[in-house]
Design a protein around this ligand. Structure first.
Ligand SMILES: NC(=O)c1ccc[n+]([C@@H]2O[C@H](COP(=O)([O-])OP(=O)(O)OC[C@H]3O[C@@H](n4cnc5c(N)ncnc54)[C@H](OP(=O)(O)O)[C@@H]3O)[C@@H](O)[C@H]2O)c1
Length: 240
């Protein structure tokens, strides 16, 4: 149950890694986290978790229906687009490139469309935080599909931010590009994550920047410096 004037953060993919840390940090900032995700959460249960498998279009449709009807949405000031899947292989060796595009691009786009439709009907602004990646601007062999989905995410959000400024004043967009983090993203792959960042520190930086954001559209990097997360504000250009 959401109490009185409590603010809610919807976290798409809050069940592990950075998303789970964003949920924990949300609580520390007195914002009730609500996980939209696939795995069961032992920490966030009951009405703090709504099931969705982003690879299943029926489940995505059900979540969109929920967003268009739920009493929670007026309280949902924040929406974190954090969920993603990753597969490292050449384009001809990937198990299921279409699934990566479905999970990272198609389903989140549909869910955000529903959220904005509902917010427009309520005439309430929304703050969307997109966890993109350095992969959105840095070219990496054997990661073409993942990098492509991250480039979509960043550019979609930059453009959507302009629409929201015009159509739903008071709305905000934040685009974050973290460097490598120690999470489940690389499970099953030969990636040495020992020098990567702890996602808890990255979540702290993201929430801190989100809470003090004045601009309608903000974008920053969280770089890994000696395994520690550091906020960096410098635009990066695509490198071949
Ligand atoms: N790790 C890094 O080095 C790194 C670097 C830059 C950017 N990022 C970005 O950070 C974000 C968080 O990733 P992470 O590193 O924290 O990895 P993670 O621990 O694997 O978290 C990914 C999240 O996405 C969810 N997800 C994946 N497939 C899903 C599906 N079919 N339906 C519903 N939810 C699904 C996962 O849910 P389940 O728990 O059910 O699997 C999990 O909550 C991603 O957007 C990623 O691209 C990561």
């Amino acid at each position: 149950m959401v109490a009185g004037s409590q603010t809610v953060a919807l976290i798409l993919g809050g069940t592990s890694g950075l998303g789970l840390e964003l949920a924990r940090e949300s609580e520390r900032n007195d914002v009730k986290p609500m996980l939209l995700g696939r795995s069961k959460s032992l920490e966030f249960t009951g009405d703090s978790h709504v099931y969705v498998d982003l690879a299943d279009k029926h489940r995505v449709y059900a979540l969109c229906q929920y967003i268009e009807e739920s009493y929670i949405i007026p309280y949902a000031k924040y929406f974190f687009w954090n969920a993603a899947m990753f597969e490292r292989a050449s384009i001809t060796d990937m198990c299921d490139p279409k699934k990566v595009i479905e999970v990272n691009v198609v389903s989140p786009t549909k869910i955000i469309e529903s959220l904005i439709r509902r917010k427009k009907s309520l005439n309430l602004p929304v703050h969307i935080v997109a966890v993109s990646s350095t992969s959105s601007w840095r070219a990496r062999a054997d990661e073409a599909v993942y990098c492509g989905t991250k480039a979509y995410q960043s550019q979609f959000m930059r453009s959507l931010g302009l629409e929201l400024m015009r159509d739903l004043p008071g709305s905000k967009v934040t685009i974050v590009h973290p460097s490598g983090m120690k999470t489940n993203l690389f499970n099953g792959m030969k990636t040495d994550t020992s020098k990567f960042m702890d996602p808890a520190g990255v979540a702290k930086i993201i929430w801190s920047e989100v809470l003090k954001q004045d601009l309608a559209i903000d974008e920053f990097n969280v770089d890994c410096v000696n395994s520690e997360p550091v906020l960096v504000r410098e635009s990066r250009i695509p490198l071949a």
